[in-house]
Design a binder for this molecule. Structure first.
Ligand SMILES: [Zn+2]
Length: 327
């Protein structure tokens, strides 16, 4: 398994489909899904996923290299690990998705979409991840890092999105996000339909969607930009102490306050198309209009994330955040 990515992109699968080397047993479970179990006891169960959006190539390459180093014995596996390339067909075509966004299909979201290869993949991944967790040591800490890159530029180049979780996140997991040099952390306050929400809610995992810069084609990524995340993930997988945070500034903490919903075709967002994520608005500023109804900023300041006025009617055209200043 020197190149799990090349194998996945070519549509091939390993023969035999399981084996053992360098102190772990591996099992190819499905296209783009590889399970690795250390021979020795483990205390953590980790899911690393990338390519849920097929054109977000840098994290896919990062994960592939990590996998290759495990199989080459350069990195010692000390956790039970599930490696996932989320949407192989979209990866082959260099598209975010083919029919609809896979990362809106978990937690029952699949029922709102016409059946497609992607709805089938969402169901398949859901089952594989849950089986993987159920077959793991029940005492082990459960972690999930879902790796992405954003479509647009961002005032905070790297950031994490924590799904809603009624129980606290594992403290070491939160430290790992510090160690990844994230600039900001966004806390959801209600259930979503993302892959990280699925593992947080149904597998009791501490989960995060990581947005690691901007999407570029395969081979065009400067992976050094992703160094801190890579180093952090390698220390998690090898169960070694986390690297120190390389940035002098602390992670900024944001709460999702509400979504801008596109309910009518005349929806207009008062933001330029190239405005970065985390563009800030002041109280009273106009955010959007539809059917003569205005939505204005309510808090002293609000930050916009993932603005997209071109979504289909009924979908989210942006997330509005407030900052936790600790006051
Ligand atoms: Zn993505």
């Amino acid at each position: 398994m020197q190149d799990f990515l090349a194998m996945t992109l070519s549509g091939q699968f390993p023969e035999p489909q399981q084996g053992q080397q360098h102190g772990f047993a591996w099992h190819w479970l499905a296209e783009g899904v590889l399970e690795l179990t250390p021979v020795q006891d483990y205390h953590k169960v980790v899911v690393l996923s990338a390519g849920i959006h097929g054109n977000e190539t840098a994290p896919i390459e990062l994960l592939n290299q990590l996998c290759a180093d495990l199989f080459a014995g350069k990195l010692v596996l000390q956790v039970r690990l599930l490696i996932i390339f989320g949407n192989p067909e979209a990866m082959r075509q260099g598209q975010r998705y083919l029919n609809a966004d896979l990362n809106r299909m978990f937690m029952g979201g699949v029922s709102e979409f016409t059946e497609s290869a992607e709805t089938a993949r969402a169901k398949g991944l859901e089952q594989l991840v849950q089986q993987f967790m159920q077959h793991s040591d029940p005492q082990a800490i459960r972690l999930h890092y879902d790796l992405h890159t954003a479509i647009r530029a961002s005032r905070f180049p790297t950031f994490g999105l924590l799904p809603y979780k009624s129980e606290p996140f594992d403290p070491e997991f939160l430290s790992s996000l510090e160690a990844a040099d994230l600039d900001a952390l966004v806390h959801h306050q209600s259930l979503g339909r993302t892959f990280s929400q699925l593992t947080a809610e149904t597998c009791q995992a501490s989960s995060c969607t990581l947005e690691l810069g901007k999407a570029l084609p395969f081979g065009c990524n400067d992976l050094s930009q992703f160094q801190a995340t890579d180093t952090m993930l390698r220390s998690v997988v090898a169960n070694q102490p986390l690297p120190p945070r390389g940035k002098t500034s602390a992670m900024r903490q944001f709460q999702v306050q509400y979504s801008l919903l596109k309910q009518h075709d005349d929806f207009k967002l008062y933001l330029s198309d190239d405005a970065p994520n985390f563009t800030v608005f002041e109280q009273g500023e106009l955010l959007c209009t539809q059917q003569q109804q205005e939505t204005r900023v309510q808090h002293t300041q609000e930050w916009i994330l993932f603005p997209n006025p071109n979504v289909q009617k009924g979908l989210r055209a942006g997330l509005m955040l407030t900052e936790d200043t600790g006051a």
